[in-house]
Write a protein that binds this ligand. Sequence first.
Ligand code: UN1
Length: 504
Amino acid sequence: MQQVLNALGISDVNPGGFSGSWSGSGKLQAVVSPIHGERLASVTNVTPQEFEAILARCHGAFAAWKLVPAPKRGEVVKEIGDELRRNKEALAELVTLEMGKTLREGLGEVQEMIDICDLAVGLSRQLCGLTMPSERRMHRLQEQWHPLGVVGVITAFNFPVAVWSWNTAIALVCGDTVLWKPSSKAPLTAIACTKIAEKALRKFGFDPAICSLAIGKGSDIGDLINTDPRVALVSYTGSVPGGRHVGRLVQERFGRHILELGGNNAVIVSEKGDLDIALRSIYFGAIGTSGQRCTSTRRVLVHESIFGAFKARLLELYAKTPIGDPREHKYLMGPLVDAPAVDTMLAAIETVKAQGGKILCGGEKLPHPGGCYVTPCIAEVPGNLPIVREETFAPLLYLMSYKTIEEAIALQNGVPQGLSSAIITNDQGESELFLSAAGSDCGIANVNTGTSGAEIGGAFGGEKETGGGRESGSDAWKAYMRRQTSAINFSGKVELAQGITLDI
Ligand code: UN1
């Protein structure tokens, strides 16, 4: 453990603010591992005064950074990616220690960071605008994309580093500077990543304040980000109530936001699907990251003709789930992030029972000194009960049956969230229906693969209460830039658009 902390430059007590230099004289917070309850290190929060200095420097750094040619900005991102490659194991282990996901998933998370850096490097030469035919003679109509400003990145504990990287790699090539407020549950990985970015920026002689950090509570530091007009874009990952709050504050000042909020992701298992594929996809989707991904599988809708057989196979698999220290390869499920997360899961299970659901397995707290371990739970429910419509951030899976594909799609869409969804079927008509306008209403709709584990090449995000934001690949970069449309007249005379004449 100490070796990992040393390798990533984590001291016993770490200041939680960075903007070219480190600061943090606020509240001292001990970071405790959910694996065994041991203290890993401590962090000091930034005070509002220190935050002001950090934001001022991060904002000041934008003036020079926006003028650096995008491919040169890409070189810094390439270096960050290389540095991540060199530190992949250590950073993955710190992710595991700090928030409890299995090491194999921690490695996957760092790989996701490396992948987005590679994508952003390519993108740094392809921030392309369009030219459109002008309706006027000897005129040209074009649009181009300019850097936007400071991007405030507010992240959650469950992907403590990958979500920062999706935003940061893209924001950097777009010419923006980044101010990161990580989850208070995962500040050490944030400090480690900020050091990696600092090293890369310094190597190329750029101001390290381009990647700034401010650790503190959402209600003070988060809200300073949300309300400050110097933060052009706030990218927030978190709960629906949190997003509602951020959205209001940012909208109030006409800032931009990208909201990545809750999911309530379903897999439809058709009687025409491959049940082995269904089983594996659902199992990983539901127990991966101990059910604490926004893309975690929360609901399984099984065709009535195979419901009993499928349920039996799923229960058999659940009963064998190896749960334990997530650093050990033999365990597929580690702890939940903290004790309140365990209480939330147990309370949700009581509500399921009270609302008419039947607990088929799991949902017990495991005796483990200092650790937050539970057994994954499956509940059979008659439909989208009120509790099923809520996102419980834990390994709690709802199982229900359906008669027709139309009914399955209605059930899948019948919740307030709209992040991820999947269908397991070999029937082309069914999968096309699922992907059509009459199908899934989610931002992600997969066929024959599960709801989690989205690749960074696609745009990531969802509809309805998921918030509508998009991060990562495809053309999500456009949200991090300012679009400018220009009409250029080279005719030597004035011709008005829309055929308007001017008799003077
Ligand atoms: C999240 O849970 O906030 O699609 C992000 C996935 C990961 C990212 C999840 N690539 O499961």
